[in-house]
Write a protein that binds this ligand. Structure first.
Ligand code: LMR
Length: 328
């Protein structure tokens, strides 16, 4: 674990201006793993920092640590529970140790697009999920969007058989492991910060991620190409520890919640644009993007869909039905 000063130096060198907190201000450290720019989460976190530090000046002060400069996602929730960091926004695939309710978001081809994900989260069942970890001390405040996942490897992926026998990095999710096993591939859980190196050295052959992550982490540089599968969703939950949140003065808590809600609405509405820009930036940088025909895409659907059966008890048939109705 880095000291705050060392992390601050790294964050600064990575282009993120750390806030200067004044004595007496509540310091709110927000640790995340993606790049700060050209990325849905990075942009939203920076905007949140700016607004908190302007509008709550003298009361609270937010310091955002992007790029895994403070914690990897497998450490951040524990750090949050210990009070070393106050805000985190891991992907929904990273709450496996705390709850199984988010498994629905990892199921392949469950949601057609991020609009369907958004609508599901806005439903009563979706909103209740934010409180699914309260007894473990973790409270979800807002869902933040990223986008749909694409597949890449060190060889062209056109049909599911192309993935057979390959090693794919996955986030630490049982659903994602099962998804690659369904393809006859071998899933390897790994921290986000280690993926580029693992692809480069051949520790893994491929990975799945959104355009902004493929671009932001430069995965396309060390892959044969990226296949536009849109096979799954990658979304986030902004979380705090219940102890810390409940300990804030009501006025402070309300103001923070209001700013966060406004930032969420503004940036969630802009993710399609950030996603499209990242896709284009990959092409501009010489990355290969492979599009599938309807028939080819259907082969991936057929290969991956059996995974749903394995997790139906965790996610609930009623939730699956609700998600499917939103795709119509
Ligand atoms: C990943 O580990 O691939 C993603 O969850 C990273 C992120 O935060 O988008």
């Amino acid at each position: 674990l880095l000291s705050t000063a060392a992390a601050a130096a790294i964050a600064l060198s990575a282009g993120q201006a750390l806030a200067q907190c004044d004595d007496g201000e509540i310091v709110i450290k927000f640790s995340h793993v993606t790049n700060a720019d050209n990325h849905p989460k990075g942009i939203a976190a920076s905007l949140l920092q700016t607004r908190v530090n302007e509008e709550m000046n003298g009361t609270a002060c937010m310091e955002v640590y992007p790029n895994s400069t403070l914690y990897d996602d497998d450490q951040v929730l524990e750090a949050m529970l210990q009070g070393d960091v106050q805000f985190a926004a891991p992907s929904l695939s990273k709450f496996e140790q705390f709850t199984k309710v988010f498994r629905i978001f990892d199921l392949p081809f469950m949601f057609k697009n991020i609009e369907a994900v958004d609508a599901f989260q806005a439903s009563e069942a979706g909103q209740a999920m934010k409180e699914s970890m309260v007894r473990r001390g973790v409270l979800g405040l807002e869902f933040w969007h990223n986008g749909m996942k694409q597949l890449s490897a060190n060889k062209p992926l056109i049909e599911p058989a192309d993935a057979q026998g390959l090693k794919f990095r996955v986030q630490p999710s049982e659903v994602l492991k099962a998804q690659f096993e369904a393809l006859g591939a071998s899933p390897q859980p790994m921290a986000f910060s280690e993926v580029y190196g693992a692809l480069q050295t051949g520790v893994v052959d491929g990975q799945e991620n959104t355009w902004s992550n493929v671009y932001g982490q430069k995965f396309f540089e060390v892959q044969d190409g990226t296949t536009e599968t849109n096979h799954g969703a990658l979304d986030y939950l902004v979380v705090v520890s219940t102890d810390w949140w409940d300990g804030l003065d009501a006025g402070v808590r309300d103001q923070l919640a209001t700013i966060l809600n406004e930032v969420t609405t503004e940036r969630n509405a802009a993710v399609a644009e950030v996603d499209a820009q990242a896709r284009q930036a990959i092409l501009d940088a010489g990355g290969e993007i492979r599009e599938l025909t309807t028939e080819q895409r259907q082969m991936w659907v057929d290969a991956m869909l059996p995974v749903w059966d394995q997790f139906i008890d965790d996610v609930g048939q009623e939730n699956v039905d609700a998600a499917q109705a939103l795709n119509a």
